[in-house]
Design a protein around this ligand. Structure first.
Ligand SMILES: [Zn+2]
Ligand SMILES: [Zn+2]
Length: 295
C-alpha cells in the first residue's frame, strides 16, 4: 500500500484567503479598506466578479494575488493569477468549453482554478455532472465564509469528486463582500517562503489545510498510519478535541475525541483517500487535504 502525503515538503505555515471582493464589483469597500480588514494575513487574493482588480496603494499584507471570479448566472469559478489576456473578448457565459478555456489559460500562466460555493442552491452553484466534465482545476471551495451554513459548505461534493477519482484540493475562503464577513475561513499553507511562487507551488502540491480557527502542526505518515499532530501548546492541550478521519464516499473511518494533541488512523488499503476534520471545543475547526491511499 502507498499513502501519498501532500504535507511532506517542509516550510512554514502561512495564512490567507484567495476569494474576496472590493467595490470594483459588488463589495462594499475600496481595495485599501479590504487590505486593512485583512491585517495580519500573510497573503490575500482579490477576486472581483468578471474583473481583475489591480493591486495598488498602501498595503501591509506581504503577498497579494491577482484573481477573478468568473461569474455566470449559473456557476462561479475562481482563477488565481489569471493572464490578463482572458479579458480580451471576455464572456462569463457558462459553457464547459468557455470555463475550461479559462482554467487552461490560467494554468499556463502559472496560476490555478477553484470551483467556488458549489452548493449555493439559491443563486450560483455547480452540478456534480458539470464538475466532473471540467478538468485541470485544482480544487473546490469546501468552506465559503459568506455565512449560510446550509449552502456554503461543500464537503459532500468534494467527497463525491474524490470518490470518482478526481484529485482536487479543498479550499476555504471568505468571499467577503460586506463588513463582518472577513476572517471567517482561510487556507494555511506550508510554503518555503512568503512569495507568490512559493505559495502557489505549495498549494498545487496540496501542502495546505482549511481553517476556521484551529489547525494542525503536522500531518505525517508512519508506515501505514496517518498521524495528525493537532496544533498544540499548554493552553490548547487543555481543550477538548473531536477528530474525524473520512474515506471514500465520505464514510467515517474513525473518530477520536478527548483532550488530545494527536490522532492516528491505521490504513487498511481500501480507503481510496483519508482526510481529517478536527474541531476544538467551541467550534474552531481545521480540515486537511486528502492523503490518497493506493494499493
Ligand atoms: Zn460567487
Ligand atoms: Zn465571490
Amino acid at each position: 500500500m502507498e499513502i501519498i502525503n501532500p504535507y511532506k515538503q517542509t516550510g512554514f505555515w502561512l495564512k490567507g484567503s484567495f476569494h474576496n471582493h472590493t467595490d470594483n464589483s459588488d463589495g462594499w469597500f475600496p481595495l485599501e479598506t479590504v487590505y486593512k480588514m485583512y491585517g495580519g494575513y500573510d497573503f490575500l487574493g482579490i477576486s472581483d466578479h468578471d474583473k481583475i482588480t489591480k493591486h495598488e496603494g498602501k498595503m501591509e499584507i506581504p503577498t497579494v494575488f491577482e484573481a477573478i471570479e468568473v461569474s455566470s448566472r449559473q456557476t462561479h469559478m475562481l482563477l488565481v493569477q489569471p493572464p490578463h489576456i482572458i479579458m480580451e473578448g471576455y464572456s462569463n457565459e457558462f459553457t464547459i468549453e468557455n470555463y475550461q478555456r479559462f482554467v487552461d489559460l490560467t494554468v499556463q500562466n502559472g496560476g490555478f482554478a477553484v470551483l467556488v460555493h458549489p452548493n449555493r442552491y439559491f443563486s450560483n452553484y455547480w452540478n456534480l455532472e458539470d464538475m466532473l466534465k471540467m478538468e485541470r482545476y485544482l480544487g473546490v471551495e469546501v468552506y465559503n465564509g459568506d455565512g449560510n451554513p446550509e449552502y456554503d459548505i461543500a464537503f459532500d461534493k468534494w467527497d463525491a469528486l474524490l470518490s470518482a477519482g478526481r484529485k482536487v484540493w479543498g479550499f476555504g475562503n471568505d468571499d467577503s463582500h460586506v463588513y463582518g464577513q472577513e476572517k471567517q475561513a482561510w487556507n494555511v499553507v506550508k510554503a518555503t517562503e512568503n512569495t507568490n511562487e512559493a505559495i502557489i507551488d505549495a498549494i498545487k502540491e496540496g501542502n495546505f489545510y482549511v481553517s476556521t480557527g484551529y489547525g494542525f502542526d503536522a500531518i505525517r505518515v508512519e508506515g501505514d498510519t496517518v498521524v495528525a499532530d493537532l496544533r498544540s501548546n499548554e493552553l490548547l492541550d487543555k481543550m477538548y478535541k473531536y477528530v474525524t478521519f473520512f474515506g471514500k464516499d465520505g464514510q467515517v473511518l474513525q473518530e477520536t475525541t478527548g483532550r488530545i494533541k494527536q490522532a492516528k488512523y491505521e490504513c487498511k488499503g481500501d480507503e481510496g483517500y483519508v482526510r481529517i476534520a478536527v474541531y476544538l471545543e467551541g467550534g474552531y475547526s481545521a480540515f486537511s487535504q486528502p492523503l490518497f491511499v493506493e494499493k
